[in-house]
Structures are given as C-alpha cells and as structure tokens.
Design a protein around this ligand. Structure first.
Ligand code: PMP
Length: 307
C-alpha cells in the first residue's frame, strides 16, 4: 500500500489525499491517453533535500503531452514550483513524486473532444523499488513473452499511461514465473528495456546500452552515460541481442524508481559472478553520491529545498 500523504496538488490546489478523486467516466480511465512522471527526492548530507533532475522530468512530461496532442496548461517553472510546494506541504524530506496529466470526463468515445486536461502531483515516501537486497546483490530476470512496443503502434518517447499495459503484462508474467523483473525485446528481437527500467551491459572495458529506438529516454540512463564517461569508461548506445546479455561480465537496470539495480541472472544464466560487479558497484555509488548532493560536479542536476 502507498503510504498516504496529507495532500495532493490537483489543478493548482492542495487537495486532501482522500478527496483527490475523479469521475468514473474520466476519459483516460477508458482509453489510456494520459502522461506521467516518476521523480525522486533525496535527503542530503547537509540536512537539506534535493529533487533529482526535476526540470528534465517536467520537460519530459510536457514532451509526452505534445506527442499525445494533450495541452497541459502549465509551464515547466510552474510545475517545478508545484512539486516543491507539495513536498513541503507533506513534510517530505525524501520520497517519490508522481505528476500525472489526464483527459477528464466529458465526451465519451475515443475522440477526446474538448474534455479538460487535468493534472495532479502526488508525493509519498518510497524505499527501494525492487528491495534493498536487490540494490546490493541484484535480481533474477526473465525475457518476457511480450515484445516492447513497435515504434509506430505506440509512442515510445512518451511516458504515456496506455503504454504501461505492456509493462504490467510483462511484470505480472515475470512475477508469476518466480522472477523479479521481465526484460522485453523489441519487435526486431533485440534487447529493449524492462517494465520500468533501461538496461546496460558491461563487457571488458566497454559499457553498452540500447539506442533510443524502442525505449523511453530515461533520465537515469542519460545521467549514468554522463557519469560513466566522466569516470573514464567508454559507453556506446548500440543494439544487442539477448545472448550478448547472457555472456556480459555485468548487467544492470536503471530508472528513477529502481535506481541502479544489478542483474545477477537472466533466463537461468548467471551473469558474471552472480552478484553486483565492480563497474556496476562503482556507478551505483557515484549515482547515489550525485543524487544526494555529495558530488559538487552534479549540483546542477539538483533542485534543492528544505522542508
Ligand atoms: N523505461 C521505462 C519503460 C520506464 O517506465 C522508466 C521509468 N520512468 C524508465 C525506462 C527509466 O526512466 P527514468 O530513468 O527517467 O526514470
């Protein structure tokens, strides 16, 4: 269960958590045209807090809306202010932030007509998405029987509500089969992404991640490419197959919720030593330093606030 906060920002107002409701004929509930974000705030060593790459997340929200031809009536600056206000109102020094814009009730049928576009920002405390043990020692993964979206069937650059039917199906299948996460291939058969994470593999000195074809342009992925290159690693964005993943020295998933989660097994093949490898550990450590304000080189990624 999500731990309740006091209020949710709803179309510009702080509304008590239990009163932030919608009508059952909300268009998005029926047809899935909505866009959302997942953002984290972290407590910093100096006693303050920081939201990680807040502006980039809000820009991606507006970009997702543009792709879906939804008009969100707020600027990035207004959305950034709304997040800070909501975190402070809920006294959250760290936690998860979920902005969502959806098509409200009005006309029915697939054409959204003049139905209002409504926006909420919910915040709540949230620990490690796949568990603390997963962050330390890694997870067991299965290639999903579901492909990631064909790029002309769904808009893969949009973090769109309806896209996640695919993720939910893959996640349920993986869990039912006794795995922690499902890995999806693209419609050509190359490795794409997981249900809510991008993927990286390490072989020798080379770090590889999938190109931005069928995958979400993850902000964690982007941050790790920058961090790794500045630490002297060579990083390429290149298609790879599932058997290249099987023989990788190391592999990991990344995303705002999952942070940097090592992969210890894929389709019953042990990856590397079967635990978090040295490059994975190095990048994970540097990522946590950056998000918690412990590396001044990445201060520009942080939206600082105090509750
Ligand atoms: N792919 C998918 C399908 C996702 O849902 C997410 C989580 N937003 C990611 C990748 C990682 O994106 P980010 O690092 O921006 O959270």
């Amino acid at each position: 269960m999500v731990q309740k906060s006091e209020t949710i920002w709803f179309d510009g107002k702080q509304v008590p958590w239990d009163e932030a409701n919608v009508h059952v004929l909300t268009h998005t509930l029926h047809y899935g045209v909505g866009v959302f974000e997942g953002i984290r705030a972290y407590k910093c060593a100096d006693g303050g807090s920081a939201v990680f790459r807040l502006r980039e997340h809000m820009q991606r929200l507006l970009n997702s809306a543009k792709i879906l031809r939804m008009v969100i009536p707020y600027t990035v600056d207004q959305l950034v202010d709304a997040v800070e206000e909501t975190l402070k109102r809920n006294k959250l020094a760290e936690g998860y932030i979920r902005p969502l814009s959806f098509v409200g009730a009005g006309a029915m049928g697939v054409y959204p007509g003049d139905n209002p576009v409504q926006t909420i920002i919910a915040t709540w405390p949230w620990g490690a998405y796949l568990g603390a043990e997963a962050l330390e020692h890694g997870i067991r993964v299965k290639t999903s029987s579901f492909c990631r979206h064909h790029v002309n069937a769904m808009m893969t650059k949009a973090k769109a509500c309806g896209n996640y039917v695919n993720s939910v199906l893959a996640k349920m299948e993986a869990k039912a089969d006794g795995y922690d996460e499902g890995l999806m291939l693209d419609t050509q058969g190359y490795v794409s992404e997981a249900t809510g994470e991008n993927i990286f593999i390490v072989r020798g000195k080379l770090i590889k991640t999938t190109p931005l074809t069928s995958v979400l342009d993850g902000i964690t992925r982007n941050s790790l490419i920058t961090l790794a290159r500045e630490l002297g690693y060579e990083v390429v964005e290149q298609q790879f197959t599932r058997d290249e993943l099987y023989i990788a020295d190391e592999a990991f998933f990344c995303g705002t919720a999952a942070e940097l989660t090592p992969i210890r097994e894929v389709d019953l093949r042990v990856i590397g030593q079967g635990t978090a490898g040295p490059v994975t550990k190095h990048l994970q450590g540097e990522y946590f330093k950056a998000v918690k304000g412990e590396n001044p080189a990445y201060a520009h990624w942080l939206h600082r606030y105090t509750i």
